[in-house]
Design a binder for this molecule. Structure first.
Ligand code: SAM
Length: 244
C-alpha cells in the first residue's frame, strides 16, 4: 500500500469521515441497527474473545460487542470518529475497548492475535483488491477456530435482478426526501459508477473472498434491502481459553 493514488484515496476518506463524524448516526436509518444486530448474532460472542473492529466509526458496533467479550480493538481512519468513540468510552466507563486511528490497509498484527474480527458498513469504501487483501490478512490475524463477520452494503454493479431492485429502492427512498435526497442521488450515483468511495460488492463476491482465503462454514444473509452479513470460521480447534 504505497502508491500516490492510494495515499490520496486514504486522505480523502479521512477527511470525508471526519466531516461526517458528528452526523453519522444509526438513529436516522434503523436498517443500520438491524445489520449491527445481525453481525453480533452471527459472531457468537464468548466472554474471553479478543476482538478487532475494522472501520469502527464512533463505536456503533464496538460498544455493544464490548459488553460480551474480553476486549475490543476499534480501528478507524478518521481521528474525529475515534475522538467521538473515546468520549463515549470516557462517559460510559467501559475499560475493555482500545482505539487506534489507522487505515485498514496499513494495519499490521502478529498472526493469531484475535478470536473474532468484525466490521460494519466500512469495507465498501475499499477497492476490490483491497477487500481481498484485508480478508486474507484478517485470516492470518485470527486464531485457529476464530470467526469473522462483516456487515456491509451487498450489491453488485447492476448485473443481477437483485442489484437492480436494490438500486431502484435506494433511489425511490432518496427521491421522497425532496431536493436534499435528489442531490444525494446525483452524488451517490456518480460515486457508485466511478467506484469512488462507494464500492459495494455482491453477497456472492463476499462469500467467494472468504472461501478463497481459507475460511470454512462460509455463509451470508441479506438483512435489509441493500445490506447483509458475511461470515466464516478459520479452520482449527478454537483456542483453549483456560490456558491463556
Ligand atoms: C459508514 S461508517 C460505519 C461506522 C461504523 N462501523 C458503523 O457501523 O456505523 C464507515 C467508517 O469507515 C471508516 N473508514 C473508511 N475507510 C476506511 C479505511 N480505509 N480504513 C479505516 N477506516 C475507514 C470511516 O472513517 C467511517 O468511520
Amino acid at each position: 500500500m504505497s502508491s500516490a493514488i492510494e495515499k490520496l484515496g486514504l486522505a480523502v476518506q479521512r477527511s470525508v469521515w471526519s466531516k461526517r463524524a458528528e452526523s453519522w448516526d444509526h438513529a436516522e436509518n434503523p436498517g443500520l441497527g438491524r445489520v449491527v444486530d445481525a453481525v453480533i448474532a452471527k459472531a457468537n460472542l464468548v466472554k474471553e474473545d479478543e476482538v478487532l473492529d475494522l472501520g469502527c466509526g464512533s463505536g456503533q458496533l464496538s460498544l455493544p460487542i464490548s459488553k460480551g467479550v474480553k476486549s475490543v480493538l476499534a480501528v478507524d481512519i478518521s481521528p474525529r470518529m475515534i475522538g467521538l468513540l473515546q468520549d463515549k468510552l470516557n462517559e460510559s466507563g467501559l475499560s475493555n475497548v482500545d482505539t487506534q486511528t489507522a487505515s485498514i490497509q496499513e494495519l499490521h498484527f502478529v498472526d493469531e492475535s484475535f478470536d473474532l474480527i468484525v466490521s460494519n458498513y466500512a469495507l465498501h469504501h475499499l477497492s476490490d483488491d483491497q477487500k481481498k487483501l484485508v480478508v486474507r490478512q484478517a485470516f492470518r490475524w485470527l486464531r485457529p477456530g476464530g470467526r469473522m463477520v462483516f456487515g456491509d452494503m451487498m450489491f453488485g454493479r447492476g448485473g443481477t435482478r437483485q442489484d437492480r431492485d436494490i438500486i431502484v429502492s435506494k433511489i425511490s427512498i432518496m427521491l421522497r426526501k425532496g431536493p436534499g435526497g435528489w442531490w444525494r442521488i446525483v452524488k451517490n450515483t456518480a460515486r457508485y459508477l466511478a467506484r469512488v468511495q462507494e464500492k459495494p460488492i455482491s453477497q456472492r463476491a463476499w462469500t467467494q473472498l472468504f472461501e478463497e482465503a481459507g475460511f470454512l462454514e462460509v455463509g451470508s444473509e441479506i438483512v435489509v434491502a441493500e445490506a447483509g452479513v458475511v461470515f466464516g470460521i478459520k479452520p482449527g480447534t478454537p483456542f483453549d481459553f483456560t490456558s491463556r
